[in-house]
Design a protein around this ligand. Structure first.
Ligand code: HEC
Length: 244
């Protein structure tokens, strides 16, 4: 039994930390109770992602409530498609067009963070690099031959591939990392990481909107049980005081 458990552990450990081709995942450190981060993430999402990706399980008024934004602000700053505040986040791009342009239709992003994990999404957004042999001009370290363009390149700059020596098959070259050119984008390297962390945070929130509420509820329940325990102990003492 112990042997089986050990084998399972050994098998599971590297899988959790490594993505395709053994590239280590970066740590996203997201926090769905960080409302300002979620607000920034939502803004980035509607500006840079929603043109191609839908989030069909998410409603704008739900975002307004959870992210503590007035509905008229959401209508003004987060809705560009003429959608109503009670609508889900659909995209205007038709799947047929998308397939023609990118070879594959952009998937719905409602549940992506839950399926892939926050670290994967964060690493993905930080792993694009220039590759002129690809139709969209870029590739991705953890998503080889990706069909998505590097839509945030204006912010980040266009990262260049870093080759590892004798890392590929038959000792050839293989991309092992990316290097961001200095002052290549509108954001500094740190700011870009912050921005992609906010974006990842928003995707994590979308994939389980109830999570922050559940966590805070859990804490309240624990505090309540603790208080109850103290009261019960005191009550017990009171009852037994006169029994000798
Ligand atoms: C120009 C259209 C376009 C835009 C804009 C776009 N994407 Fe994509 N995205 C795609 C396509 C196409 C794919 C599918 C890639 C593939 O399968 O090769 C994809 C795939 C993804 C995936 C991988 C999903 C999975 O599990 O396989 C993630 C995550 C993602 N996009 C996030 C984003 C985020 C975040 C933004 C906004 C910053 C964004 N995308 C903007 C076209 C787009």
């Amino acid at each position: 039994m112990r042997k089986i458990l050990l084998t399972l552990l050994l098998l599971a450990a590297p899988v959790a930390a490594l993505a395709a081709d053994g590239v280590p995942l970066m740590k996203a450190h997201v926090d769905v109770t960080d409302i300002p981060s979620l607000q920034r993430g939502a803004k980035l999402f509607v500006n840079y992602c929603a043109g191609c990706h839908s989030a069909k399980y998410m409603r704008f008024n739900r975002i307004a409530a959870d992210l503590q934004l007035p509905e008229d602000l959401v209508e003004q700053y987060l809705i560009f498609t003429g959608a109503k505040i009670g609508d889900t986040m659909t995209t205007v791009m038709s799947p047929q067009d998308a397939e023609r342009w990118f070879g594959v239709a952009p998937p719905d992003l409602s549940l992506t963070a839950r399926r892939r994990g926050a670290d994967w999404v964060y690493t993905y957004l930080n792993s694009f690099y220039r590759d002129d042999s690809r139709p969209v001009g870029v590739n991705n370290l953890i998503f080889p031959d990706v069909g998505m363009p590097h839509v945030l390149w204006e912010l980040q700059g266009m990262p260049m591939p870093v080759y590892g020596e004798n890392s590929g098959p038959e000792g050839g070259l293989r991309v092992v990392g990316v290097r961001v050119p200095e002052n290549g984008g509108r954001l500094s390297e740190r700011e870009y990481r912050e921005a992609t962390r906010d974006l990842t945070n928003f995707l994590v929130y979308m994939s389980e909107p109830i999570k922050a509420y559940r966590q805070s509820l859990g804490v309240k329940v624990l505090v309540f049980l603790l208080v109850l325990l103290v009261l019960t102990v005191l009550l017990k003492r009171e009852y037994w005081k006169d029994v000798h």
